[in-house]
Design a protein around this ligand. Structure first.
Ligand code: CP
Ligand code: NVA
Length: 322
């Protein structure tokens, strides 16, 4: 598959990125294709202007390095501007209704990226606002990260369909979005999580149905080595996500053994790659040996946040142009 020259089956008509479940395979492939093109253009020093005169508001109720920097730098590279709005500074954090915030921002900016807790807050922005809303991470999903992950997998493997991705750890926002994104593109997904931390059954059901429609498989098990067996991609994430700091000590015990390490790598394909959304805790969900070793592509993956997020902004706010 030559994704750089992917021919769209339908015009791109999505208004928002709330979850990848809303996007079709064709929508996702168009986005990845544009991300690859924008990356090549940026490396070649070619000017991009699709957000000329436009502004993205970035609302953050949680910390961020990659998401904030990729959207802010990406908007600038596309000729636009990004505004960093921490909920500890704006009136939303003092109780101003999300519906009012949505309507006010819709009068002044051209799109909103929000990182927050509840998916329903994101949905409320989309309902009351009249501009594109982008999910920069909620407790449920992290679709922007998965677009960068799929782009990285494609760059390293030259294909997507038919691969197997294993995710070991918490059935969290990353597990949900990986299951959904991969299953839409025909990538097999195997998740290994301890009991009590499995992905939410409703999202697993979406992914299983997607996989059936795209000729792939989604499985959820308890044994990390079973999940990692013959995998092309090994993935993990922190045991305690943002907002779960109070559970960190209990989670350290509950997740013991749910680590990507030399044993996990040994049962995967010999040319398996290791991905992590970052930030990572070496010695917890992944050993230093693996994350800093030859199979790891975490910094290419982090860089691709920039190119993938530019593609999202271009499609939703810039007419899908460069
Ligand atoms: N992976 C990711 O979203 O990183 P940040 O939390 O630094 O944005
Ligand atoms: N699951 C993590 C992802 C961080 C990018 C969190 O929500 O904190």
């Amino acid at each position: 598959m030559d994704l750089m020259h992917y021919e769209a089956k339908q015009p791109f008509t999505q208004q928002h990125l709330l979850t990848l479940q809303d996007w079709s395979e064709d929508d996702i492939l168009q986005c990845l294709s544009l991300a690859l093109k924008l990356k090549a253009m940026q490396k070649a020093g070619q000017k991009q202007t699709c957000l000329g005169g436009k502004t993205l508001a970035m609302i953050f109720a949680k910390s961020s390095t990659r998401t904030r920097v990729s959207f802010e730098v990406g908007a600038t590279q596309l000729g636009g501007t990004a505004l960093f709005l921490s909920t500890s500074d704006i009136q939303l954090g003092r109780g101003e209704p999300i519906s009012d915030t949505a309507q006010v921002l819709s009068r002044m900016v051209d799109g909103i990226m929000i990182r927050t807790f509840k998916q329903s807050d994101l949905e409320a922005l989309a309902k009351y606002g009249s501009i594109p809303i982008i999910n920069g991470l909620t407790d449920e999903f992290h679709p922007c990260q998965v677009l960068a992950d799929l782009m990285t997998i494609y760059e390293k493997k030259g294909t997507l369909k038919g691969l197997k991705l294993a995710f070991v750890g918490d059935g969290n926002n990353m597990a949900h979005s990986l299951m959904i994104g991969c299953s839409k593109l025909g990538i097999d997904v195997a998740i290994a999580s301890p009991d009590g931390y499995k992905p939410k059954p409703a999202y697993t059901a979406w992914a299983v149905a997607n996989a059936e429609a795209h000729g792939s498989k989604v499985t959820v098990c308890t044994d990390p080595l079973e999940a990692c067996r013959d995998a092309d991609v090994l993935y993990t994430d922190v045991w305690a996500s943002m907002g779960q700091e109070g559970e960190a000590a209990k989670r350290m015990q509950d997740f013991a053994g749910y680590q990507i390490n030399a044993q996990a790598l040994a049962v995967a394909k010999p040319d398996a790659i290791f991905l992590h959304c970052l930030p990572a805790h070496r010695g917890e969900e992944v050993t230093a040996e693996v994350i800093d070793g030859p199979h790891s592509v975490i910094f290419d993956e982090a860089e691709n946040r920039l190119h993938a997020q530019k593609a999202v902004m271009s499609l939703l706010m810039g007419g899908g142009k460069a």
